[in-house]
Design a protein around this ligand. Structure first.
Ligand code: ADP
Ligand code: NI
Length: 214
């Protein structure tokens, strides 16, 4: 492993100490590994992929009063301190800026392959068993209800409504998690998403069965 990656890991681990369990170092580590797995199947610059995966949640606006520029600033300063070339810095910052699900309606037309890879990796960690666990953890963190039979999901949330996160955790499956399978960019991403998607459907079926006590 290069010195740059070793230093980046140490930097991210320190920054994310005490983070909510769904957006902590272990989430980043999984996204980093998934990015490499997907990256191996595509023609891409792996250094950009790895750096962006490691830095993508360094300052999530959700946990920083909605500040969408902080992550860019922190990453830029860090990469400069490591003497990374301007070209690579530009590509990495582009990914961090555009990776988020809530920004998907304002995405630039053309996405670099490196962005597509890291975005798929981040989305794969949002689904399946891990995705379910992260989602309930976040819901608990926000003190949201797990489920309410009379509160319907809102599939057409604006970015602002989506960010408020006041809905139930089960509704988040319909507002985001179940949509991800069809939003995968890469072939490998689609493949990895399939099993996890079906696991969530099975989970929901069982959840409703137990809720109804039948
Ligand atoms: P991104 O990081 O791509 O912008 P989000 O911040 O919307 O995506 O979500 C990241 C993860 O945080 C989700 O996959 C989910 O686990 C959790 N999360 C976000 N919003 C909610 C919510 N309203 N209820 C439950 N979990 C949520
Ligand atoms: Ni993430």
């Amino acid at each position: 492993m290069s010195d740059l990656i070793v230093n980046t890991i140490a930097f991210v681990q320190e920054k994310l100490e005490g983070a909510e369990a769904g957006h902590d170092w272990f989430h980043v580590e999984r996204v980093w590994k998934l990015s490499q797995k997907i990256g191996e199947t595509e023609k891409c610059n792996l250094q950009i992929v790895e750096l962006a995966a490691l830095l993508h949640d360094i300052a999530d606006p959700k946990f920083h009063n909605g500040d969408e520029t902080l992550a860019i600033e922190i990453s830029q300063n860090f990469l400069h301190s490591q003497n990374v070339s301007e070209n690579v810095i530009r590509e990495v910052l582009f990914i961090i800026k555009n990776i988020s699900f809530k920004n998907r309606k304002e995405m630039p037309e053309s996405l670099s392959i490196e962005l597509q890879i890291v975005q798929d990796a981040d989305r794969i960690d949002a689904i399946g068993a891990i995705g379910i666990a992260r989602t309930f953890n976040f819901g608990g963190f926000k003190n949201n209800l797990m489920y309410h039979p009379e509160i319907q999901p809102n599939l057409y949330l604006t970015k602002e409504e989506y960010k408020k996160s006041g809905g139930t955790t089960i509704n988040h499956f319909y507002e985001k998690l179940l949509l991800l399978k069809d939003l995968m960019n890469t072939k490998k991403g689609k493949e990895l998403a399939e099993e996890r998607h079906h696991f969530m459907l099975r989970f929901l079926e069982q959840f409703y069965k137990e809720w109804e006590v039948c």
